[in-house]
Ligand binder design. Structure first.
Ligand code: GRF
Length: 214
């Protein structure tokens, strides 16, 4: 397994985890998924990780449904150290990770969000975009900062909203794009190809033919 060791944090079905694993299997991730952690013991993402032979661990993330407790952050950091994690990818993780993890992994925590940020931060973004009547929706792979869905944008993909769309059909097409761009964003970070100019992410594409896929 080549490249930095990635921990994936997921709360649910884990389709983005699946896309990262598939990209790794094709030699396209530039990293290896070395650990999967969930705040829900019954999350299908954990089954998916186990099926791929990866360490899959459920943690008690604390009593707040929207945040990781300081104790759980400590537990996560211990797990990351134990598994020699260098990069963290949130993939449908439903809690805000706190400063201890962000400080330990500066510009090394990524997220995938199902809207064209900065529009429609937070939960149920696809439905809210559809209800708002946008003509383009999409997804954003970004670095994680303290503000929810506010971090610097690495990649985005736009999806045309069709007259016949429902929130569900729109979300499905956005998900296809999530699965396409998230592995590419992870690879850009894993290969050290991004640098910050104020809040803009600048991508070094030298010799990266595979970036044409983005
Ligand atoms: C995705 O839509 C992702 O953008 C959002 O949560 C959902 C997770 O889906 N953050 P999955 O668990 O990866 O299938």
């Amino acid at each position: 397994m080549a490249g930095p060791r990635v921990a994936v944090l997921a709360s649910g079905r884990g389709s983005n985890l699946g896309a990262l694993l598939a990209a790794e299997a094709r030699g396209m991730l530039g990293a290896s998924v070395a650990l999967v952690v969930s705040d829900r013991a019954e999350a299908p993402a954990l089954d998916r990780a186990r099926a791929a032979g990866r360490p899959a661990i459920a943690i008690d993330a604390g009593s707040s449904p929207s945040r990781v407790s300081p104790e759980a952050e400590g537990r996560l950091l211990a797990l990351f150290a134990e598994h020699r994690i260098e990069l963290v990818a949130l993939a449908g993780f439903m809690r805000i990770v706190g400063p201890a993890i962000l400080d330990a992994f500066p510009e090394r925590v990524l997220n995938i969000h199902p809207s064209l940020l900065p529009a429609f931060r937070g939960l149920d973004a696809q439905r809210r975009a559809w209800e708002h009547g946008v003509r383009f929706a999409g997804c954003t792979a970004h670095l994680v900062t303290a503000g929810v869905d506010e971090g610097p944008i690495i990649l985005q993909a736009a999806v045309l909203v069709l007259r016949t769309d429902t929130p569900e059909s729109l979300a499905e097409r956005i998900l296809v794009e999530e699965h396409r761009i998230y592995p590419i964003a992870v690879r850009l970070v894993a290969e050290g190809r991004i640098r910050m100019e104020k809040r803009r992410v600048v991508i070094d594409d030298a010799g990266a033919d595979w970036l044409a896929l983005a």
